[in-house]
Design a protein. Structure first.
Length: 177
């Protein structure tokens, strides 16, 4: 599973949910490996995972604002979850976020926001590192719609400007049809 990390709560709770399903006898086998992602501009959990230390607060500076929590309350739980599931946590370059958003939209028709660009970037890093293989089944959590954050993918389209007038809007739409 590839999951974005902001406070660390979602990442940890997904792991906890699988543990509870196993305890109820509803799942067999090992837990799914969890791969987490943070943008390089706010990566306290990825840094803690990489360095084997507790999470240390940082000042966020990221285009992935939905993930930019510099003092993640559940960051240490997220690190523990990644380790317990045999997963990993990767930091994704800021300039790769928009490219990943566009790649997912182009190849799957799913247009996720910046957190999705980070999550796909973390998954791609896990593949490169050999942590996820060609035959692995992967679920990528998309936590928000790309229409919220068009800036990082603005290189993929030409904006259309319409006057703030209902009649002008209708005229423009009818001309295009």
């Amino acid at each position: 599973m590839a999951i974005p990390i902001a406070s660390g709560a979602l990442f940890h709770k997904v792991g906890e949910g699988f543990s509870q399903l196993r305890a109820l006898g509803l799942l067999d086998g090992p837990p799914p490996r969890q791969v987490g992602g943070q943008a390089e501009g706010c990566q306290p959990v990825a840094t803690a995972f990489r360095e084997g230390k507790p999470v240390t607060p940082v000042r966020p500076d990221s285009i992935a604002r939905s993930l930019a929590i510099g003092n993640p309350a559940d960051g240490d739980f997220a690190v523990a979850t990644a380790r317990a599931t045999g997963g990993a946590i990767h930091a994704v370059p800021e300039d790769a976020v928009g490219e990943n958003m566009a790649l997912l939209a182009r190849t799957t028709g799913v247009f996720g926001e910046t957190a999705t660009g980070v999550t796909l970037g973390a998954l791609r890093a896990a593949v490169t590192a050999g942590e996820v293989g060609r035959d692995d089944r992967v679920v990528l959590l998309v936590t928000g719609d790309g229409l919220k954050t068009l800036g990082p993918v603005s290189f993929t389209f030409a904006p259309v400007h319409i006057a703030a007038d209902a009649d002008a809007f209708l005229d423009d739409v009818l001309e295009a049809a």
